[in-house]
Design a protein around this ligand. Structure first.
Ligand code: UD2
Ligand code: MN
Length: 400
């Protein structure tokens, strides 16, 4: 039997242990001390009715669709609407990101009932403080696009933004050109709306924390500071790849992006150098917040490593004013206002221009062909219609 004296002894021992735990935690800061006790007394609650689920999110990564279900489908009258708060109450922190097989575009649509034609959205109950366009360079990555849309729509809605998503699809099979597609995206998006911020976004990067707000800073922002593929660290100081954000003024100050980087690599560093040459500097969110998961993939067919990239990069200082937004030539093949995004299919040509002449046949064959028949006119042209390009996608999708 335990005597009263030994009961006191146990109580003092328990209090002593608590004191030691508190002392240890206080070295980690107040935040951790508080969450330690919350974790003792509360079960994680993913769908907090107050709209905040920070605690649950901090522990395991929250559901990106939590906090959105209460939003009403009918918009309030524009005149009466108050501005949205400076910090959105719907933001939850870390997001759980996984890539379940079997996700369909129809499911993504159903999960986002407030997104309207062309992938546009504005908060139903307050006037957004920011207008952000997302520009995604694209070819043969429909599978990645579906996951990006699944995560990005609710992510942006939680930030109470007025936003639009533009997918810039390179027509044909010629070597991919990410930076030139961004120039197309900038011009085409600005034709539609007076966006105050443009996010240039790889199709395969999923943000993992919604405190990484998709609004612009006073200087160009590199948002993808911490990616899983680089061990959640910045690979080097001037790195500007993945996801970056510029205002229209920033964009024009650097003369947009280069048009002449065909194939993989170099263009992101060129853009980084342009920021400095334009008299600005790169800002970034914290490593904790600017986290992204990249959907695993190999180098695409048609996007081989650009062997000229280092030589080109060495000349950016001489070339940036001569090549960029002021020289971006392209032909829009189609513009489709799809339920989840605006798809712009574009012919960006090749190094030899928008309608390059067909390559001459090899000399030995040439003699034979002279006597037989001339090559079909325009045989080297890229497919000119969306249907053709989509047919290619269906057969050549190389998603991994
Ligand atoms: C890195 C950078 C990327 C860019 C690239 C060099 C990361 C996370 N990203 O990407 O920003 O600087 O190096 O060019 O480090 N794409 C298509 N179809 C293609 C090829 C590319 O849609 O056939 C698009 C797509 O949006 C993709 C992006 O271009 O995310 C970059 O290409 P990548 O993902 O093949 O290259 P990666 O991951 O090395
Ligand atoms: Mn990638």
């Amino acid at each position: 039997m335990i005597s009263i004296q030994s009961k006191w002894r146990y109580l003092f021992m328990f209090l002593g242990i608590q004191l030691v735990v508190m002392a240890l935690l206080s070295r980690e800061g107040y935040q951790k001390r508080v969450s330690y006790f919350i974790r003792i007394f509360r079960k994680p609650d993913a769908t907090s009715s107050s709209g905040r689920n920070h605690t649950a999110a901090v522990i395991g990564g929250g559901d990106v669709y939590a906090n959105l279900s209460h939003l009403s489908k009918t918009h309030s009258q524009g005149d009466e609407m108050p501005y949205c708060p400076k910090t959105s109450p719907l933001i939850g922190g870390p997001i759980h990101v996984s890539f379940p097989s079997g996700l369909t575009t129809a499911q993504v649509q159903r999960k986002n009932p407030l997104v309207v034609r062309g992938g546009r959205y504005r908060p139903p109950d307050c006037a957004a403080r920011h207008r952000t366009a997302i520009i995604i360079p694209h070819r043969h990555r429909e599978h990645h696009l579906k996951f990006l849309l699944y995560y990005l729509h609710p992510f942006l809605q939680r930030q109470q933004l007025n936003y639009g998503i533009y997918v810039i699809h390179q027509a044909g099979n010629y070597t991919f050109n990410r930076a030139k597609l961004m120039n197309v995206g900038f011009r085409e998006a600005m034709k539609e709306e007076d966006w105050d911020c443009l996010f240039f976004h790889d199709v395969d990067l999923i943000p993992e924390d919604d405190r990484n707000t998709y609004v612009c800073d006073s200087n160009p922002k590199h948002a993808a500071i911490a990616m899983d593929k680089f061990g959640y660290k910045l690979p080097y100081k001037m790195y500007f790849g993945g996801v970056s954000a510029l205002t229209p003024l920033h964009y024009l100050k650097i003369n947009g992006f280069p048009n002449n980087y065909w194939g993989w690599g170099g263009e992101d560093d060129d853009i980084g150098v342009r920021v400095t040459l334009g008299g600005m500097y790169i800002t970034r969110p914290s490593v904790k917040v600017g986290r992204y998961k990249m959907i695993k993939h190999k180098l695409d067919k048609g996007n081989g490593v650009n062997p000229k990239r280092f030589n080109m990069l060495a000349k950016t200082r001489q070339t940036w004013r001569l090549d960029g937004m002021n020289t971006a030539e392209y032909e829009t093949i189609s513009r489709q206002y799809l339920p989840l995004y605006t798809n712009i299919t574009v012919n960006i040509g090749t190094e030899a221009g928008l309608h390059p002449p067909p390559p001459p046949p090899p000399p030995a064959k040439a003699a034979v062909e002279k006597t037989a028949h001339a090559p079909a006119k325009g045989s080297a042209q890229p497919p000119a219609t969306l249907e053709e390009s989509h047919a290619e996608n269906a057969s050549a999708t190389s998603d991994r």
